[in-house]
Write a protein that binds this ligand. Structure first.
Ligand code: FE
Length: 230
């Protein structure tokens, strides 16, 4: 993958203000193409050879209702790459919530860490998310359900969004690009447990399934990324 150096973005925007990207994370690189939604998903597995995610709780005691990631054991396998698909847009706004007033769907919080293969937290790693709405539609004219954020000093991140809808040929998924400062860009997708369409989606990988706890306040998911630092 191409190494793309990022500059820090500042000034997180409020959740409802998504019309103007605050800054542009330069995280574009060639990747396999996800099939258009009108066609069956092709074999879109990325080129990563290490296909096991070893996720990690490092610093904090998880709360009782928080799903548990697996422990990180060094050397941890890198998070596998999968196809970018046709709907990535550069220039997403920096924000930790993709929720907007009136947005339909089930609230979803994804949290976790970005780690190196020796299980060290990666501070200020970029995570750039994009996803379909609850009806399976992407916003290709604006930036609804698109946004990027950075891990904190302890390598932690948290995103507030909604559960994406299905669209033809694909199971439920959330796209993300992850990049340690000065490191290569990982393009991958996150999946949900127990979705029937997982079995028929050739892009789906069990290593990329987020443990999810469902409650009256929405769904809580966790995922720890393991990335190359250079
Ligand atoms: Fe997609």
């Amino acid at each position: 993958m191409a190494a793309v150096f990022l500059t820090a973005c500042s000034g997180a925007q409020p959740a409802a203000a998504i019309s103007k990207p605050a800054s542009t994370p330069t995280v574009i690189q060639p990747s396999l193409k996800e099939q258009p939604p009108t066609q069956p998903a092709a074999s879109g597995q990325g080129s990563s050879t290490a296909l096991q995610v070893s996720a990690t709780p490092l610093a904090q005691e998880p709360q009782a209702s928080t799903p548990q990631p697996a422990s990180c054991v060094s050397p941890a396998s890198l998070t596998p790459a999968v196809t970018e698909g046709p709907y990535f847009k550069a220039g997403s706004p920096e924000r930790s919530s993709l929720l907007q007033a009136g947005m339909a769907g089930t609230k979803l919080t994804i949290s976790g860490m970005v780690l190196s293969s020796d299980c060290r937290p990666v501070a200020h790693a970029l995570l750039d998310f994009w996803q379909a709405d609850s009806q399976g539609q992407y916003d290709n004219s604006g930036y609804a359900l698109r946004g990027h954020l950075f891990t904190d000093a302890n390598g932690r991140y948290q995103l507030e969004t909604i559960v994406p809808g299905l669209y033809p040929g694909r199971t439920e998924h959330i796209h993300v690009k992850v990049q340690a400062p000065g490191g290569p860009v990982l393009t991958t997708q996150l999946f949900f447990p127990g979705v029937q369409q997982n079995d028929s989606d050739s892009i789906f990988m069990p290593e990329l399934v987020m443990p999810v706890v469902k409650s009256s306040d929405g769904w809580q998911a966790v995922f720890n990324f393991v990335v190359n630092l250079k």
